[in-house]
Design a protein around this ligand. Structure first.
Ligand code: KG4
Ligand code: ZN
Length: 325
């Protein structure tokens, strides 16, 4: 069963072809990073216009890479939310047009659920139940997954998402956009990381990163940062400490079989290593290219939804504030 996945929720225009929810036949990603870098962040209007210009060439490239034509497909999966309304609309309308023209079933996919399904694109075996930490630019959710499409949200961020915190910290340290990779790179040059506060929110599975960001800002404003590398390392360590400790504790308490990591921040090498080192359970993490936004994860998720008879009608609409669970 070959599914075309389409992803346009933020600043990547992506199309992929995935067979049987696992085998990537094509994975095309057109990044808008350079376009937005000059503004220091994503400009929604610029993003949706760029998706409009790029979506058809990206789908054509994906079909060429998969050596397939649209009539070889068995279904379409598209991100319907959460994300930027104008950007989501480009992908959803494109998907509906292809589905209508080729009489294909369509599935609207939750972007966060898609991130989790990047783990099905590796050759690791997944055994339910699992605890999954999804850390992206817009979300930090800790989720119990008991089966396909079966989620219980255990906790989420009360303020900034982990990726958002990385992006803001990078701005404070003058490291530019996107912040996550810049902080990771700078932290790699650190010799003595600075100590920053952690918000544990004990007794809950929730996260909070805005206090940490403010602490970094105060230090910068007071001229107390002598080494950007040491500040970046201290910040990175504080975020990772909380993410890893709370994820492992929740997994232990619930007695799950595995821990899954997902989302753009999951491409951070230090986070990957610390989670593996701290967990008594097997930890599954997709390769970095499948952690950041892509359409292969959307196709994989759509495959399981269509297989479970959860196709959508052509009335499918975007839900910019869609939640998981
Ligand atoms: O999942 P994603 O590609 O897009 C969203 O759904 O938001 O995540 C993007 C976020 C950005 O905030 C970016 O700074 C962060 O992931 N990120 C990283 C790294 N690579 C991307 N954060 C920390 N370390 C990285 N290596
Ligand atoms: Zn994402």
């Amino acid at each position: 069963m070959q599914i075309l996945g389409i992803e346009t929720s933020c600043d990547e225009t992506a199309a992929a072809v995935v067979a049987d929810g696992a085998k990537i036949r094509a994975n095309q990603i057109a990044s808008q990073v350079e376009l937005h870098a000059r503004y220091g962040g994503i400009v929604p209007e610029v993003a949706s216009r760029q998706h409009l210009l790029t979506i058809i060439p990206v789908i054509e490239k994906a079909m060429a890479e998969a050596k397939a034509s649209l009539s070889d497909l068995d279904g379409i999966a598209v991100t319907m939310g959460p994300g930027l309304a104008g950007s989501l609309l480009v992908g959803v309308n494109m998907a509906k047009a292809v589905a209508a023209a080729h009489d294909l079933p369509i599935s609207g996919v939750n972007h966060l659920e898609g991130h989790i399904y990047a783990n099905w694109l590796t050759d690791q075996t997944i055994n339910f139940p699992v605890v999954c930490l999804i850390v992206s630019g817009g979300h930090s959710d800790l989720v119990l997954m008991k089966g396909h499409g079966d989620y219980v949200v255990l906790g989420r961020t009360r303020d900034d998402a982990a990726g958002e915190a990385f992006d803001k910290a990078a701005r404070i340290l003058g490291l530019g956009y996107p912040g996550g990779p810049a902080i990771e790179q700078a932290a790699g040059k650190s010799t003595a990381s600075i100590d920053l506060p952690r918000a544990w929110l004990k007794g809950t599975n929730d996260f909070s990163f805005s206090g940490l960001k403010t602490a970094l800002l105060r230090r910068a404003e007071a001229g107390q940062i002598s080494s950007v590398a040491d500040a970046a390392a201290g910040f990175q360590e504080a975020v990772i400490d909380v993410l890893v400790t709370k994820t492992v504790a929740a997994a232990r308490e619930l007695g799950v079989k595995q821990i899954l990591l997902a989302g753009g921040v999951a491409s951070n090498k230090r986070l990957r290593q610390r989670l593996v080192d701290s967990s008594p359970l097997p930890v599954l993490i997709p390769p970095p290219i499948l952690c950041t936004d892509n359409a292969a994860m959307i196709a994989a998720c759509g495959y399981y939804r269509l297989k479970a008879g959860r196709a959508d009608s052509l009335d499918l609409d975007v839900i910019p504030s869609l939640k998981l669970g």
